[in-house]
Design a protein around this ligand. Structure first.
Ligand SMILES: Cc1cc2nc3c(=O)[nH]c(=O)nc-3n(C[C@H](O)[C@H](O)[C@H](O)COP(=O)(O)OP(=O)(O)OC[C@H]3O[C@@H](n4cnc5c(N)ncnc54)[C@H](O)[C@@H]3O)c2cc1C
Length: 401
């Protein structure tokens, strides 16, 4: 599957941070992690911390899937508003899912600190504003639901948003204290290097091609002609998992992002906030750790890479126009534009759990706008399951729900 266009900003910014050998001998491990994006990396970090003999493979270069294209907003706010999610799955599950994302931001910050990361992890506030007058009542309902559930939120009137953040066209919004951003591509590389020093074996350009389920272990075969005997397999294969699971559980879309040249004025004013809105598809903005301004959105409901990439010029202009509508007096000197595949689920929640067709295995599929925070939550879930313990979120994130 083609997951991204050329020139995602993070790949150009960071270059080839590390490259690993492909696998040319047979291996044995406790846990085989398939996929070396941010998800596989985090799961590997957990497995090494828990003392498992762990091996990670990726069919591409490490972190060259969606993790190189992500815009890496770290949000507790799930694509489904809390009040809607509560109606869909019940209040307990909805609040627990939102809380898990909140905790995930702090957990990721702790990991970044522990490994002495240079990937610009930063806690930020988050402003979710009504793009249209008609959205205000729904947003106020959402504000009440979050306040009642104990999240640190404040309601901002249109006037306050204009005054404090210089945003035109907002009709009111929810200001949350919890949020963050990071360069996920760099962070994933750093986590792998940290764990490689602790015994994690990493092989890139090594595709998993088949699995034979034996009593108590999986015999995995790779495109490099080797076998890996693994007690457990954790699939962290991103959106390509849609090609592996027989039933349809995720809608694949195309999404677009642009990044400006370094802009000190925008950086100073917006470095502590994530901004997104209620438009459909929604528009979102953040600064990068190297002083640029990033805008993403303009999703299209298809996953067709040539068609997606042919739209890049048009989408770039639309995102630029949106910027100038919101910030008419500010400058945006365009530097990078890219497109990527994106996955949405029916309830905005990830699929993290077992699948009946895959024995001795778990899937960690952090989909939607919270892909990264869901993957952090997946660490604790996989850790519990490997110790034969339940996890309270399993029932909300499971396949076939
Ligand atoms: C433009 C864009 C903006 C986004 N913005 C945000 C955001 O602001 N916040 C957020 O949280 N999320 C966001 N996302 C989503 C986020 O990027 C993803 O959730 C995340 O990158 C997924 O990471 P991953 O490791 O699961 O997948 P990937 O990074 O795609 O990694 C999966 C890896 O598995 C490997 N693989 C697949 N099959 C095999 C196989 N058979 N054998 C070996 N290896 C295999 C692939 O080569 C790949 O490297 C965005 C995504 C895009 C495209």
């Amino acid at each position: 599957m083609d997951l991204k266009s050329n020139e995602p900003f993070w790949l150009v910014k960071n270059g080839l941070l590390a490259s690993y050998p492909s696998l040319h001998h047979d291996e044995v491990c406790d846990v085989l992690i398939v996929g070396g994006g941010i998800t596989g990396t985090l799961i590997a970090h957990q497995c090494i911390q828990d003392g498992y003999n762990t091996l990670l493979i990726d069919k591409r270069e490490i972190c060259n899937g969606s993790t190189s294209a992500t815009t890496s907003m770290l949000q507790y706010e799930i694509d489904r508003p809390l009040h809607e999610l509560s109606e869909l799955i019940g209040k307990d599950g909805a609040v627990a899912s939102y809380r898990a994302c909140c905790k995930a931001i702090d957990d990721l910050g702790r990991i970044a600190k522990k490994i002495k990361s240079d990937a610009g992890f930063r806690q930020k506030k988050s402003l979710y504003y009504a793009a249209w007058k008609k959205d205000v009542n729904k947003l106020k309902k959402e504000f009440e639901a979050r306040k009642e559930a104990g999240f640190k939120v404040a309601w901002m009137e249109a006037e306050d948003i204009r005054h404090q953040y210089g945003i035109l066209g907002a009709h009111g919004g929810i200001l949350s204290q919890e949020g963050g951003s990071v360069d996920a591509f760099r962070l994933a590389h750093e986590i792998l290097q940290y764990n490689a020093r602790k015994g994690l074996r990493i092989y890139d350009k090594t595709e998993l091609t088949g699995v034979d389920y034996k009593r108590g272990f999986n015999l995995c075969t790779t495109a490099t002609g080797t076998t890996i005997k693994a007690k457990r397999v954790v699939y962290c294969t991103g959106y390509e998992v849609a090609n592996v699971i027989p039933e349809k559980f995720v809608d694949l879309l195309s999404t677009f992002a642009i990044v400006s040249e370094v802009n000190e004025e925008m950086y100073r004013q917006y470095n502590d906030i994530l901004i997104w809105n209620t438009a459909a598809p929604y528009l979102y903005m953040r600064t990068t750790d190297d002083g640029r301004f990033l805008i993403g959105g303009e999703d299209e409901e298809f996953q067709d890479p040539p068609r997606r990439d042919a739209l890049i010029g048009v989408k770039e202009q639309r995102l630029l126009r949106a910027f100038h509508r919101i910030f008419p007096d500010k400058e945006f000197c365009l530097d990078f534009t890219w497109a990527g595949t994106f996955g949405e689920t029916k309830d905005g929640l990830p699929y993290i759990g077992e699948h009946q067709n895959f024995k001795n295995s778990y899937f960690v599929c952090g989909f939607g706008g919270n892909g990264i925070t869901f993957s952090v939550t997946g660490m604790g879930m996989v850790s519990n399951w490997l110790q034969s313990k339940e996890h309270p979120l399993s029932m909300y994130f499971k396949f076939g729900r």
